[in-house]
Design a protein around this ligand. Sequence first.
Ligand SMILES: [Mg+2]
Length: 350
Amino acid sequence: MKINSFQFELHLAHEWATAGSAAKKGRVVTFVELNSADGFAGVGESAPSSRYGETLETVVAFLKKVDPQKLSFDDVAASMAYLDRISPNDFAAKAAVNIALLDGAAKQAGQAVYDFLGLGFTENKHVTSYTIGIDTPEKVRQKVLEAASYPMLKCKVGVPQDREIMAALRSVAPTKRLCIDANEGWKTKEAALEKIEWFARDPHIEFVEQPMPAGTSAQDLAWLKQRSPLPLFADESFISAKDAAFCVDCYHGVNVKLIKTGGISGGFEALQAARKAGLKTMIGCMIESSVLITAGAHLAELADYLDIDTNLLITNDPYRGCSAPNGIISFAGAPEPTGLQVRANLLRPA
Ligand SMILES: [Mg+2]
């Protein structure tokens, strides 16, 4: 097996800000390519987040330690066990290798990844929300108008100007399906409850993501869950399958992201663990290209909600994979019939 990795800066159409991160216009991700001796290839992507202790530098350092001879498309589980021996953490870095392994393994089996995993994929069923980042009321209005064809929005809140942001959104999309993501922005349970009760007056808001900091006590989170008029989803509070037990008392659902779980295999486990615990499930993303987004889409059958939209927010996606016409995730026009079903665009560096 040969391994190759390279960095690429994704450019955002609009500046991106949340309650937890300052405005940015671009994001550097790392792609990993694996090539087996018998001619199969796999690609994966890492979009590390400093929120979870990973950076471009830690991803590069991890990948340097990987001996490609220990990776095999014939045994993804053993390959992942090898990566876990290199480091117990580095999940965003492992995600890139895991996605490339499953791409190659599924291609070798002549199947799409979702069939290789035994999940299948139903067309015309899975809708992704389209995310509106924190911005001025004027910019929020402009972004919401640009998102007119998407049936569900996710609005970033958790800042002092929450009410102005919501007023701007509703001035141009008065009844659109919506969820809100506070990104840990409300610091006390009383402040969180007050905000949630205010948002709940809007009958088209379906749930609230990560209202309070992940470090909040289970007691306070459970207090909020018991009183919240809207379902609460954990994002920063939920890393992987092992967190399902904690989240049962504190949340109604969880947001599974492949950069937190170490890729598709860990995402599959996390979604199954959450469902088994009675939690609603959602698949989310960071600022990512079509590689990570498409990898998440292969697990769609295990999710109640999808928020896999950031490939739609960038202007120089180096890959093509699943598409999202009118927000409906589809593999119908995917550029490859098997594996991850992604293909490099001309923009991708040689
Ligand atoms: Mg979130």
